[in-house]
Every structure is written in C-alpha cells, then in structure tokens.
Write a protein that binds this ligand. Structure first.
Ligand SMILES: *[C@@H]1O[C@H](CO)[C@@H](O)[C@H](O)[C@H]1NC(C)=O
Ligand SMILES: *[C@@H]1O[C@H](CO)[C@@H](O)[C@H](O)[C@H]1NC(C)=O
Ligand SMILES: *[C@@H]1O[C@H](CO)[C@@H](O)[C@H](O)[C@H]1NC(C)=O
Ligand SMILES: *[C@@H]1O[C@H](CO)[C@@H](O)[C@H](O)[C@H]1NC(C)=O
Ligand SMILES: CC(=O)N[C@H]1CO[C@H](CO)[C@@H](O)[C@@H]1O
Length: 490
C-alpha cells in the first residue's frame, strides 16, 4: 500500500478489490470495485465528457483528452450556487450523485451539482498507457488546472458565470478542494475540505500512532495484543521451518517465500492493513454506496484479539485475517511482493493496478510521500520501514529517495502545508481518522475554520446521515451547512 492507505472517501475501498482478482493492497486501500448500484445509477446520471488539455502548463502542447463528469440538476434553483465534487484517486463513484451530505446541502441551497473525475483515474485517461513517461502528466497541479478549466468553460456554456461555485472533497480530494480555493480564488467561492491531509511528508509514522490510539480507545489491551502478535510473527519469519505453518495459518495462496526484506515487509504490511482499514473507516456509513464489511469495526477486531479461546495472540491475529477474508470473499491471501511488483509495473490500462494503484503510488512518490511506516516506537506493528516504501518508488518509477524528498518539499512550498493562507474553507476532521495528523485541526482564522468530530473516522461527515450517528457528527454536518450559508451571502 505504500502510502496508499489513503483515502478515498469517494470510493470506499477496501479489500474487495482483492476478491476481484487484484492481489495487492495498494489498490485495495483506495479502490473498491464499482458495484451493481453504480451500473444502475449510470443509466440515471449519464456520463458526460469534457475536453481537457493534456498539459496545462505548456502552451505549445495542444494534445487533448476527454474527462468524465456527471451532473445532478434535481435541486437547482436559478440563481443558486454550483457545487463541484472533486474526484480522487479512483473511479468517480456515482453513489455520490444520488446521496451524501453534499446533496442535502444542495437541496437546502438550491445548488446545481457536478462531479468531475480526476485525470488518470476511472475512465478519465489522458494518455494511451500508464508508462512513467505518461504519468508525468499526473499531478495535483494538473488536476487543479483541469478543475479550473472545467469551471470556466462550464460556467460559460451554461450561463453560470455569476453563480457562486463551492468545491467539495474528502481525503486527497479534500486537499484539492482547499487548494482549488487557494490557487483559483476567482473561480471558487468556498470549499469544504473534509479529512484533508494538507501537509505533505515523506515519512508518516504518525498514521500508525493514531491507529494504536484508536485501538486503545476501544480497549487499552488491544494495541498490546496486536504488538505481541506482530512480534511473534516477525520472529517466526526468521525461521523458514515455520513457513509451512504460517502459510496454513494465514491461508496464503502459495507457500510463503521470504527472499528479501521487501517480501517480509509486504507480507507484514498486508496483515497490518487489516487494522489500518478498519480504523480508517470505523463505523462509517459508506454502506450506502455498496461498501461491504461495515460491521467489521474496531470493537470486533479488538474483541477477537482479546479472545483467549482462539489461542495465543498470533492465532488471534490470524483469526482477524480470516474474518477479513471471509467478509470480502477472498479465497486465499496473496502476499507476494513479486506479484505486487509485477502488477504495479504493468503500464497497460488493462493492468491489475490500473484502477488507481499505479497512479496513486506515483503521486505519493512525486508529490506527497505519506508513507505509513512502522518507524515510530509508539505503535504496535513491525517490519515495514520507510526504506521499504521508498524503494518502491525506485522499483516502480525510477524515482529516488532524494527526488521524493525534494518533491515533497516543493509540494509544501507550493500549497503552504499547514500554513495555508486563504478564506472560506472549512476543514471537518474525525478524531479517530489516522489522516487527521496531517490535517487542519484548529481554526486558522474565522474564515478557515476546523470542524472537529470526536470519535469519527475518515470522511464520516460526507456520508448520508443515519439515526445511529453520534450527536457530534450530526452537529458537524449542521456546522458546515451554517458556514456555507453564511459564505454564500458574502
Ligand atoms: C507447526 O504447527 C504444529 C501444530 O499446529 C506444530 O506441532 C509444529 O511444531 C509447527 N511447526 C513449526 C516448524 O513450528
Ligand atoms: C457482518 O454482516 C454479515 C452480513 O450481514 C454477517 O454475515 C456477518 O456475520 C457480520 N459480521 C460480524 C462480525 O458481525
Ligand atoms: C499487463 O496486464 C495485462 C492485463 O492483465 C496483461 O494482458 C499484460 O500481459 C500485462 N503486461 C505485462 C508486461 O505483464
Ligand atoms: C533512472 O533515473 C536515472 C536518473 O534520474 C537515469 O539516469 C536512468 O537512466 C533511469 N533509468 C531508467 C531505467 O529509466
Ligand atoms: C482529529 C482532529 O484532527 N481533530 C481536530 C479537529 O479540529 C479541532 C478544532 O476544531 C481540534 O480540536 C481537533 O483536535
């Protein structure tokens, strides 16, 4: 997953992709295959196509491509605002055209709603392939320029130039929503930047610290048990005699082979990923868009880890893996780095990682880092250090450690990191979401407010409201709405 345990509020990923034949976590972390619901919705909300330039920053390059977008005009009242949902690192999920908090706001405010898919994801293919040469045109800056061009032309064509445009996004698109307002203030009146990591960083060990904290908030023993299990597994990995048992215990597709540090790191990261996924999306309402496994919560995992009837912590760790596999109908676990490498280096749009894995990891290597390493002592996992993540950039794209470090510095230079200077951007965040560590967690100014949601995970406020939502989540939704209504009057 190499820094990939990102996001996608938009896409509700999870392990399901593995069930569909993708064996690698990078992908599963942020992409869950579109479901039946999406097919049905596609007939209601037609795909539309917008002509974009391949390279917005080179006037001499006139190559063009078509970007996918969707429109929902059901709530629009002439003179109302225009809402733009920003797509992220996976296919644009049509479920957001039909439901979600932003549509509740749209209804209240009489907004016309658009959703624009991010270049290089879903069906928005700017190039013929995903070679490193083609991926040069994949960056947040190009994506923002796509948004700007879409905004200008669409406003012209539909008579919306006088309307106030509001950008929405969660996770990486949340950062884009903030940066769109920052870089194009004349085009975007306000933004809702949910769970947005605005600070780029090569190493992101805090992610697993928050995972530990979130597990501990369920049961203080829980992270300790996870640590014992993980340590016990690491110890076994040193003895090839045990590989037969490990293969059986974790239901691996083929006998465990550990030839390099990359092999063991990948295996250990895959298993830690069970906990990372569950914490990141704990008890959210993504089920509305077909997300599976929403009843697998921190409570459930910590319950298994504390269940002595299952055997020692190592055996319980295996039980967690089995539960995840059963839930997502995964027959066996393919934890081979070599296979992951082969998927990630396939440059075809038909390749196993073309749903977003190859593209997103490229963005981490060339813009953001965000590597969720085990480098902090204050977290329960072992065995996937920063060096493992950084090496992938070299193996997948020939990007060196030095280049990543420079790119990340430049990203913060360009956008301002935590020190973003703008106005009318609201930053909702959830306290148990590991990504909040890179987000805006306190009001910067009265016009750059943070909305804190105690006890919720990644992007919770974007999902449709439910009766079982905690009161602070319901309040956060109202809070954001009040900001928007106030700003739309300005
Ligand atoms: C494998 O597991 C069995 C019991 O499940 C145990 O008896 C055996 O010692 C284990 N083998 C190794 C090499 O640890
Ligand atoms: C989660 O829900 C599924 C389907 O409703 C059910 O089969 C499964 O037992 C549930 N798992 C847990 C841990 O509650
Ligand atoms: C890339 O993936 C496609 C689709 O799975 C496959 O047909 C092709 O052989 C792969 N290319 C390489 C070089 O492995
Ligand atoms: C990798 O990058 C280095 C320096 O950036 C370059 O000299 C080398 O040719 C590249 N290798 C490949 C296989 O592209
Ligand atoms: C999880 C998180 O980042 N929470 C922060 C969100 O913003 C509030 C301020 O409104 C902070 O107090 C929280 O720490």
């Amino acid at each position: 997953m190499s820094g990939i345990n990102m996001f996608v509020c938009m896409l509700l990923l999870s392990v399901a992709a593995v069930a569909e034949g993708q064996r690698f976590k990078g992908f599963r972390k942020f992409y869950r295959g579109q479901d039946e619901n999406a097919k049905m919705l596609r007939t209601v909300f037609d795909e539309q196509w917008f002509v974009q330039k391949l390279d917005h920053f080179n006037g001499a390059d006139s190559r063009e491509w078509k970007q996918r977008y969707f429109v929902n005009g059901n709530f629009y009242k002439p003179g109302g605002p225009v809402f733009l949902m920003i797509g992220g690192e996976g296919p644009a999920n049509l479920a957001w055209m039909q439901t979600g908090t932003w549509l509740t706001y749209a209804e209240k405010m009489g907004a016309l709603c658009f959703m624009l898919e991010h270049r290089f994801y879903g069906k928005s293919h700017p190039t013929d392939d995903l070679s490193t040469d083609s991926l040069r045109f994949l960056s947040s800056r190009q994506a923002l320029a796509d948004l700007a061009h879409f905004r200008v032309i669409t406003a012209d064509q539909r008579g919306l130039s006088e309307s106030k445009w509001v950008a929405f996004g969660g996770s990486y698109p949340g950062s884009l929503a903030a940066w769109f307002r920052l870089k194009y203030p004349h085009l975007v009146h306000a933004s809702v930047a949910t769970s947005a990591p605005v600070h780029a960083t090569v190493n992101f060990p805090e992610y697993l610290e928050v995972v530990r904290h979130s597990l501990a908030s369920e049961n203080t023993e829980c992270p300790l048990l996870v640590e014992q299990a993980s340590d016990s597994l690491v110890k076994r990995l040193k003895d090839p005699e045990t590989y037969g048992n490990i293969t059986k215990d974790f239901n691996l597709c083929s006998k465990l082979q550990i030839q390099t540090e990359m092999d063991s790191a990948y295996f250990l990261e895959t298993l830690a990923g069970n906990f990372m996924d569950v914490v990141q999306y704990n008890e959210d309402n993504r089920a509305f868009a077909g997300g599976r496994g929403t009843n697998i919560t921190i409570k459930v995992l910590c319950g298994l880890m504390a269940d002595t009837s299952l055997g020692d912590p190592y055996a319980r760790y295996a039980a967690v893996a089995k539960l995840m596999m059963d839930t997502f109908s995964i027959k066996c676990l393919d934890a081979r780095y070599t296979e992951y490498l082969s998927d990630m280096t396939n440059t075809s749009w038909e390749g196993a990682a073309a749903g977003g894995g190859r593209q997103w990891v490229y963005q981490t290597c060339t813009e953001f880092g965000f590597y969720q390493s085990t480098d902090s002592p204050n977290q329960p996992f072992t065995g996937f250090p920063l060096t493992y993540q950084v090496k992938q950039c070299a193996e997948f794209y020939n990007v060196s450690a030095q280049q990543i470090a420079e790119a990340v510095l430049q990203t913060n230079e360009y956008y301002g990191g935590y020190d973003i200077r703008s106005s009318r951007i609201v930053f909702p965040n959830g306290s148990i979401d590991p990504w909040h560590a890179l987000g805006i967690t306190e009001d910067i100014t009265s016009s750059l407010p943070a909305v804190f949601i105690k006890g919720t995970a990644h992007c919770a406020n974007m999902y449709p409201a439910r009766s079982e939502d905690p009161p602070q989540l319901a309040q956060a939704r109202v809070h954001v709405s009040v900001f928007l209504q106030q700003w739309l009057k300005e």
